[in-house]
Design a protein around this ligand. Structure first.
Ligand code: A3P
Length: 345
């Protein structure tokens, strides 16, 4: 009899224990899923001193959940008013450079609790049709955020498009501009690789990089080739400098963002006058991907899509040497203007 009672008690304890563990796991997963859906910093305490205007943690998580609903367009006007949510024009824009690591930079900055990213490339300033729709159209493309947060968008085509500096200046002459660059020849090959992959997907053939990058008649670098032109950073920057002083730009080292992202992100935090909140906890190296990935909390993390970090085709070394020699004087000028020197060959 006593043995039977003990067995029953053990059974009850087991059921209760399982329920408690189950609830705990559910809670952890729930918090995680909200965080994963949100660009906001997930767990307040992780960043040490309380930020987010001292909103209690539970309220903050609730609000984050709401933000997601709002972004999906489910919000009523009343809810938006009640929670003081706004769609704000960007205070900073990642204007380029294509294949420099613009997506990684945006996603990583988005780990900061005061930053909200526009997920899509909006192409407002470089696309005449979009630009004609007006600034309100642009603002409505922005995610909902709390007034103390800043919105950031990225459209790498801005850097090389003639009309863009003047258009951005007209919107906000004191906006902060981020440019992420990589060693110019590597960037050009990365650019080529993206186009090549697009062609292959459509079962089309494409020229070899060498054929595009070198003019067959002169055997010199083909400056008409877009992937080459985009890598002449100084030429593009000089157009921007007609509108904005150099202090409004911050140059991010895209090669270092791959190997050692945190110090680069800390420099951006400083440039944007944000308190340092992104930590090593938020970034972990994923050996399978060969890149740093983002950690939101103990449950949720995310790597960039497979289209980021493609394997480049092998390129003739003499072509690489020729390109590096070609870019060299432009690079020197770029270092001189920006005050940031790289170890590019
Ligand atoms: P590759 O595909 O040449 O390796 P963008 O977002 O501007 O198109 O830039 C793409 C590049 O971002 C990739 O170029 C990749 O090297 C780089 N990158 C930087 N950090 C990365 C990360 N954490 N995960 C994946 N790619 C990253």
């Amino acid at each position: 009899m006593l043995f039977k009672q003990q067995a029953l008690l053990r059974q009850k304890l087991f059921v209760l224990g399982s329920l408690a563990i189950g609830s705990l796991l559910y809670l952890v997963a729930r918090v995680g899923s909200l965080d994963r859906l949100q660009p906001l910093c997930p767990i307040d305490g992780r960043f040490g001193p309380r930020s987010q205007d001292d909103i209690p943690l539970r309220a903050l998580q609730f609000k984050r959940g709401l933000l997601h609903e709002f972004r999906k367009g489910n919000a009523t006007k009343e809810q938006i008013r009640l929670h003081n949510l706004v769609q704000q024009l960007p205070k900073a824009i990642i204007i380029g450079v294509r294949k420099g690591g613009t997506r990684a930079l945006l996603e990583m900055l988005n780990l900061h609790p005061a930053v909200v990213k526009a997920s899509q490339e909006i192409h407002f300033f470089d696309n005449d049709e979009n630009y004609a729709k007006g600034i309100e159209w642009y603002r409505k493309k922005m995610p909902f955020s709390y007034p103390h947060q800043i919105t950031i968008e990225k459209s790498p085509a801005y850097f090389i498009t003639e009309e863009v500096p003047e258009r951005i200046y007209k919107m906000n002459s004191s906006i902060k501009l981020l440019i992420i660059v990589r060693e110019p020849t590597t960037r050009a090959i990365s650019d080529y690789t993206q186009v090549l992959e697009g062609k292959e997907r459509k079962n089309k053939t494409y020229y070899k990089f060498e054929k595009l990058a070198i003019d067959p008649n002169t055997c010199e670098v083909n400056t008409k080739y877009k992937a080459v032109r985009t890598s002449i950073y100084t030429k593009h920057l000089e157009r921007w400098l007609k509108y904005f002083p150099i202090e409004q730009f911050h140059i991010v080292d895209g090669d270092r963002l791959i190997t050692e992202p945190l110090p680069e992100l800390q420099l951006v935090e400083k440039f944007l006058n944000l308190p340092p909140r992104i930590s090593q906890y938020n970034l972990y190296f994923n050996a399978t991907r060969g890149f740093y990935c983002l950690r939101f909390n103990i449950v949720f993390n995310k790597c960039l899509a497979g289209s980021k970090g493609r394997i480049h085709p092998e390129v003739d070394t003499s072509v690489i040497t020729k390109l590096r020699k070609f870019f060299h004087p432009f690079n020197q000028k770029f270092y001189q203007i920006t005050g940031r020197t790289f170890n590019w060959p």
